[in-house]
Write a protein that binds this ligand. Structure first.
Ligand code: PEP
Ligand code: MG
Length: 590
């Protein structure tokens, strides 16, 4: 019997789960070099191993292909991989390397992949250059077959047993998007990442327990191990003892009862005891979350992260594809508003399939680079397609446009010019549209915060993105587990920035919303009510919990409380003060 083991990570999405681990370890297959022994049978045997690995890889790809929609993007990628695996030249060269240099099959494949990558990276044609990442994928398939680890598939096609807890070193946004959609997945653990990594955000949105920054987890946990996750505390228990498991099941049942009670609030209004209304909206990362709008009691979608839809693709969408997704969302919401954030590409959010193309230039410091609105204003053709689709969608229901990564007033003005251009084009094309769509700025950089009074004159609303704001205000990489301990919304720089932004918006007569993770943290609800936030947009699963605090709060008391919070200087002291006050004021809720 395997000994129980506890691993500590960062709780990124609350919830308790017991399941079997499913390890995903794409990047690390041993392909070190071995010289073949002098034995005359060694070369034929090694060649045979390689041929069998190619055959097994082809077979596996065919099986995955059978499960996919034939015309889908995923299917066409895998078909390309299958063609490469059938290519006699590719296989032939690897066999020759084994023969000539008497090396192991893994090393031959590795050498070949490196050589092709070198050739492809020099090619001018964008499409052909992209094939270099395909070569890597194909090489990886063969290496996995050689290692007898063929079960670790590409994200879309992996065969994952129901009730699995995914354990990985890291998950790219593309991997996360594909994997978390699958109903077989019950929880996530990654070695790397922090609370605001995209995998964490997506997991929270759908209420899937997730632990990030669990260093060493992917080295320790094996597929099939029984794992118990506490997504709040960040604890992973591997192969737990019977007694632990029994206690855990009791906690699990209690949690389910509490969740059912919170859920019952969904039809009641989000209003404080003294009548202050705060709109509670949901953040949408994928259209498969649409039913959550109704089940959570959200008053609409306060942040539609449009870029997440395309992270697992090789191409960016055209106007029609944008339109079909947006119009579906707006129709499904039946009159509730939707705020479409324009593509926030760059930094940690870049379609994996675009790597190596000019659309995904490698930047020395992507978080400070060409991302968000900067990216869209540079790639106007991409931006116009999206803006045209949003203006067309506006005919079907209330929509707003939100711009990410604003630092400059000129970015709002340039976007208004682009909206005019999109409207002109639609007029010429005779398509139905509305151009009077409210335009808002995300306040997620110190540059935006400290020019909020001037920005407010150019915008119709603000939405504060605390995930990035904390990162930029405190010089902390939001993905970096090493500095996660410093990442806090209670830092004075953040709190003062919030107060300045909210006051600036209200003085200019525009509403202000918050769509970063802070908005969905019930610990912050009373404070945000006191600071005067008009709308809170959060992962759907948090809406009932935030509403519960709001309905038990007095807005007048919250204002006094916010003043006191802003007087505490030290971040830890501040957090402790807020936590104690919440426990004292809202008995039973904290
Ligand atoms: C934010 O930065 O707070 C935000 C909501 O945007 P994202 O997390 O998508 O960067
Ligand atoms: Mg952001």
């Amino acid at each position: 019997m395997t000994e129980p083991l506890t691993i500590k990570g960062v709780g990124a999405s609350p919830g308790l789960v017991v399941g079997r681990a499913f390890a995903i370890d794409r990047a690390r297959v041993d392909c070190s070099m071995r010289r073949l022994p002098d034995d005359p049978a060694a070369v034929p045997q090694e060649k045979d191993r390689l041929l069998k690995a190619f055959a097994a890889s082809r077979e596996r790809l065919r099986r995955i292909l059978d499960t996919l929609e034939p015309s889908s993007e995923q299917a066409s990628i895998l078909e390309t991989h299958l063609l490469m695996l059938k290519d006699p030249m590719f296989m032939g060269e690897a066999l020759q390397l084994i023969e000539k240099e008497r090396i192991n099959a893994e090393w031959a494949v590795n050498r070949l992949v490196q050589r092709f990558k070198g050739v492809f990276s020099g090619i001018k044609d964008e499409y052909l250059r992209e094939r270099s990442s395909d070569i890597e994928f194909v090489g990886e398939h063969v290496l996995r077959s050689l290692a007898g680890r063929g079960e670790d598939m590409e994200p879309g096609g992996r065969e994952i047993p129901p009730g699995s807890v995914i354990v990985a070193r890291d998950l790219s946004p593309a991997d996360a998007t594909t994997l978390l959609r699958r109903s077989e997945v019950k929880g996530i653990v990654t070695d790397l990442g922090a609370k605001t990594s995209h995998v964490a955000i997506i997991a929270r949105a759908i209420g899937l327990p997730c632990i990030v920054g669990a260093q060493g987890a992917s080295d320790t946990v094996r597929t099939g191990d029984l794992v118990v996750l506490d997504g709040e505390a960040g604890d992973i228990t591997v192969n737990p003892a019977k007694e632990f498991l029994e206690n855990f099941q009791i906690r699990l049942r209690r949690l389910q009862t509490a969740e059912a009670a919170a859920h019952a609030l969904r039809k009641l209004p989000a209003v404080s005891l003294d009548g202050k209304r705060v709109r509670l909206m949901g953040n949408l990362d994928d259209s498969f979350q649409l039913p959550l709008v109704t089940s959570s009691g959200a008053e609409g979608v306060g942040l539609f992260r449009t870029e997440i839809l395309f992270l697992d693709r090789k191409t960016l969408p055209d106007e029609e594809e944008h339109f079909s997704i947006y119009s579906r969302a707006v129709k499904a919401l039946g009159g509730k508003p939707v705020t479409f954030r324009t593509l926030d590409l760059g930094a940690d959010k870049m379609p994996g399939g675009l790597s190596g193309t000019p659309l995904a230039r490698i930047e020395p410091n992507p978080a400070l680079g060409l991302r968000g609105v900067r990216y869209c204003l540079r790639h106007r053709d991409i931006f116009l397609k999206q803006l045209k689709a949003i203006l067309r969608t506006a005919v079907l229901g209330p929509v707003e446009i939100l711009l990410p990564m604003i630092t400059e007033i000129s970015e709002i003005r340039e976007t208004r010019a682009c909206i005019e251009e999109a409207a002109d084009a639609l007029r010429r094309e005779g398509k139905d549209f509305r151009s009077d769509v409210p335009l808002g700025a995300m306040i997620e950089t110190p540059g935006a915060v400290w020019s909020a009074d001037r920005l407010a004159r150019e915008c119709d609303f603000f939405s504060v993105g605390t995930n990035d704001l904390i990162q930029y205000a405190l010089a902390l990489d939001r993905q970096n587990a090493e500095v996660a301990y410093l990442y806090s919304p209670f830092h004075l720089a953040v709190l003062r920035g919030l107060r300045f932004t909210i006051d600036a918006a209200h003085q200019a007569g525009i509403p202000v919303s918050m769509c970063g993770e802070m908005a969905g943290d019930p610990l912050c609800t009373f404070l945000l009510l006191g600071l005067g936030m008009d709308t809170l947009s959060m992962v759907f699963s948090q809406i009932p919990k935030v509403k519960r605090v709001l309905r038990a709060a007095s807005a007048a008391e919250a204002r006094e409380f916010a003043d006191r919070v802003l007087e505490t200087g030290d971040v830890r002291e501040c957090e402790r003060f807020v936590r104690e006050e919440m426990r004292r004021r809202f008995e039973g809720l904290f």
